[in-house]
Design a protein around this ligand. Structure first.
Ligand code: FDA
Length: 497
């Protein structure tokens, strides 16, 4: 309530926020979580919590009046449609040079993501987080994170025979025939549940195209893992449809936190102020960076250092599709949960996940999301004339990523005698180079913060999410975000409480 005073307030309920809440609560500390999105625990009039993937509705998008699907066209025809403005689950947040997809609601990105739980190659770790001890991470914190997230590998025998992974097997075959190493990657989908979906004994989710607008079953989102454990401590409270707009120091080394209460149309219906001893920023790379950039620039937190808003990257994300021959169908049934990655990091700077195109009919398309090596980094800055935070990313910077991805797919196309699809992203584009699913950085570890996420200039303020990671993770990022949060909160709990 307005005027309340709490020991710990955590802004955001994604990976960083969930880890922080659980570990502090287990240590006997009461935690107040604040989430601008919805709880996603109540079915709509169709009996489902999340909408049908083939029929996006108001639940699909965060405060948009038209869908913005990553694959925007099918056989050249645009597929986006008008929807009512609502506090839906997927935010396609548009900056000048890039659209950043993010989850909104209790669980953050875990509500909408593909569930690929990938640990970076150990030999690449010091490129990801140069100031962090790799031994500690690989011996303690990655295993702790993977266990708590429920990351597991698919049963290779089932994978090898189910129609739902025909598209993966085609992707693997083509990688092998061009000499590229590939590997299975763990996921946080319940594999027994998916087997039951395939057998027709459980309500379909991954096998019904669900992922981008939430999985009604099967996926171990944070609501089922970290946040369930946190709730069980009895020490964690979550306020939904509450958006933090300001954090300022007040007497006694405490902080006043200003919150806007939203209705499901996104209208602010009330404003509250609470005080906290400690505030953890866990709004995700973009959410945390925007807030800190604004608070520094507007003189609310003037002692934050010059690294705030810097070092932001897109994890080198770029998407493409290939057109297979008639003898290489990818299947009309495609599980939405990817299972394999093609590793050409050393030779070409690309790690490509074989992605589904779950449209329910045979497309002969192979889809890929590549994560690539790129040194392009953007900065957030406060724009006083619009009252918003801008991002300096330029679309042309994706050329490095396209070149890296081509190191895999040009070779596969030439080996297979195939071509790229030009009908999926509009305007005959081969590369979807206008988006990222993996925003990282903006309050980088060891720069904007100390080596454990303590913000410089303000004791009691911490960053605990993807904003800490300097722009790239070499693989899908949530396991690294989770493991880093585990490492940092262990230190902070031991020394700052
Ligand atoms: P995260 O974004 O998860 O959580 C931040 C939360 O804070 C959000 O719920 C937000 O609403 C809230 N918030 C922000 N500002 C706030 C404010 N001012 N007040 C109150 N609340 C606020 N990764 C991966 O490893 N494997 C994968 O397969 C995929 N696939 C994938 C698909 C899609 C479609 C997306 C969009 C993303 C992925 N990802 C992924 C990326 C992954 O989901 C992402 O890296 C993490 O969710 C980031 O975790 P964080 O804790 O940093 O923030």
């Amino acid at each position: 309530p307005n005027g309340a005073s709490v020991p710990v307030l955590v802004i955001g309920t994604g990976y960083g926020g969930a880890v922080t809440a659980l570990r502090l609560a287990q240590a006997g500390i009461d935690v107040q979580l604040v989430e601008m999105g919805m709880a996603w625990d109540t079915p709509g009039s169709d009996g489902k919590i999340f909408p049908t993937s083939s029929a996006p509705d108001q639940r699909s998008y965060w405060l948009r009046t038209r869908t913005k699907q990553p694959v925007s066209n099918f056989f050249g025809f645009p597929i986006d449609k008008d929807i009512p403005r609502y506090t839906g689950v997927l935010d396609a947040e548009e900056f000048a040079g890039i659209t950043v997809y993010q989850g909104r609601g209790v669980g953050g990105g875990s509500l909408v993501n593909g569930g690929m739980a990938v640990t970076p190659r150990r030999d690449l770790f010091n490129q990801v987080l140069p100031t962090v001890d790799a031994n500690e991470m690989y011996d303690v914190y990655y295993p702790r994170a993977n266990a708590a997230l429920g990351a597991k590998l698919v049963d290779p025998a089932w994978w090898g025979s189910t129609p739902a992974y025909q598209y993966s097997r085609v992707g693997k075959k083509h990688a092998e025939r061009s000499g590229f190493p590939w590997r299975f990657v763990p996921t946080v989908y319940d594999w027994d549940y998916m087997k039951a979906e395939a057998a027709g004994t459980a309500t379909k989710s991954a096998l019904a195209g669900e992922v981008l607008y939430g999985n009604n079953h099967g996926k171990l989102s944070l609501q089922k893992t970290y946040l369930a454990q946190a709730a069980a401590t009895g020490r964690v409270n979550i306020s939904t449809l509450h958006r933090v707009t300001s954090v300022r120091p007040v007497s006694g080394g405490r902080y006043a936190v200003v919150l806007e209460v939203l209705n499901t149309s996104g209208t602010v219906t009330a404003t509250k102020e609470v005080t906290a001893d400690k505030v953890f920023f866990a709004g995700g790379s973009v959410g945390t960076s925007k807030l800190l950039t604004k608070l520094k620039a507007t003189g609310v937190l003037p002692a934050l250092n010059g690294e705030i808003g810097k070092g932001w990257g897109d994890n080198g994300n770029v998407m493409c599709g290939r057109a297979n021959h008639m003898w290489d169908p990818t299947g009309s049934l495609q599980s939405t949960i990817p299972t394999i990655g093609i590793d050409n990091w050393d030779a070409g700077g690309a790690f490509a996940e074989v992605a589904p195109l779950p449209v329910g009919i045979e497309t002969y398309a192979s889809m890929y999301l590549s994560i690539t090596r790129t040194n392009q980094r953007a900065s957030f800055s406060w724009n006083p004339s619009t009252g918003k935070v801008d991002l300096s990313w330029q679309t042309s910077w994706k050329q490095t990523s396209i070149t890296a991805a081509k190191s895999i797919f040009d070779k596969i196309n030439s080996k297979e005698g195939t071509i790229y699809r030009t009908d999926l992203f509009g305007g005959y584009k081969i590369w979807n180079d206008t988006l990222t699913y993996h925003p990282l950085g903006g309050a980088v570890l060891g720069k904007a913060t100390d080596n454990y996420g303590r913000l410089h200039g303000y004791p009691g303020l911490y960053v605990v999410d993807g904003a800490l990671i300097p722009g790239a993770a070499t693989v899908n990022p949530f396991v690294t975000i989770t493991a880093l949060a585990e490492r940092n909160i262990e230190k902070i709990r031991a020394t700052d409480f």
